[in-house]
Design a protein around this ligand. Sequence first.
Ligand code: IPE
Ligand code: IPE
Ligand code: MG
Ligand code: MG
Length: 326
Amino acid sequence: VWESIPALNAELEAFEQLLHEQFKSKKNISSYLDRLSLGIIKSGGKRLRPAMTISAAMLGKYERDKALHAALSVELLHTATLVHDDIIDDSPLRRGSPTVYAREGVNTAVFAGDYLFIKSILALAGTGLPVIYLEQLARATEAVCVGEVEQFRGRGSVPGIKTYLSRITRKTGFLFAACCAAGAHLGGLGEDAVKHATRFGSSFGAAFQIKDDLLDILGSKKTIGKPTGNDLKEGIVTLPVLLAAAKDADTKALVDEFISDLDNRFDEIKIRAIQEAVIRSGSAREAESILKKYISRAENYRGKLPRTTGNEMLSFIMRNTFKEYM
Ligand code: IPE
Ligand code: IPE
Ligand code: MG
Ligand code: MG
């Protein structure tokens, strides 16, 4: 993905090496957890958060060692949340491979997620970041947790758009914001620029989650490497579906009936009926236009950042992530 932008690609290769080095323990128990961790790490992943952190650091004066440790920390944190998220979402597939949860069971997946999380905190120590950025990362982690719990407790009901937007900001926006803030700080940027970078990250993250939620309805297992329709199967209503339900009483009834009974999750015909209603009503398009709003917000903040190599990289990441919508 990143080959066409050599300066970023070189850093991500160094990052990849550093990432793998974290799991080379000789002790028996940890080597078991290392093997599990390496399994998910080697299975792929776009490395978007590291790319973002490194690019933000390149907005200013780049200090490789610190930036790579910050990138390491956010990717480990992200991976930890995915391992736990797959338990919560009862998901069999991640990055085209069986999840830790599906392969090893719930207990082991809890341990593996915790282990990755601790590795993330250890990596933070190598960044030399001041306490306010550590706090921001901790707040982002807290937000993921709160966002996921809120979504879990809201299973089986159709959220309003405000609830949905606050959920995705927590689940995904905060972490991208923290990546950009930490990177920008390490690049030596001033307070205002760090603020713009933070808002860029937060808007990017919200757009990213909307796209992910749209793909759960419109995508295919082959292209996204995870099951489709899984949100609905878990009783979770995302943007395109909530818009369709708000527009049409029959669709609302269809959705309510589906999410009220977990046994429906095996009923592919009902899922398809909801997917079709979402598309037919124009709600998928409407969700896309909200997504585009977040994209232009992100672009607007990027425009306020220094016009350096890092900015070109952020622009590349934007286009690469949202090409269909820009
Ligand atoms: C998946 O994130 C979780 C969401 C926030 C939607 P990514 O799509 O960045 O996952 P990987 O790391 O590339 O697998
Ligand atoms: C993002 O939400 C999960 C986290 C922020 C941990 P999803 O549940 O939609 O992510 P996927 O679709 O499983 O990757
Ligand atoms: Mg999930
Ligand atoms: Mg998803």
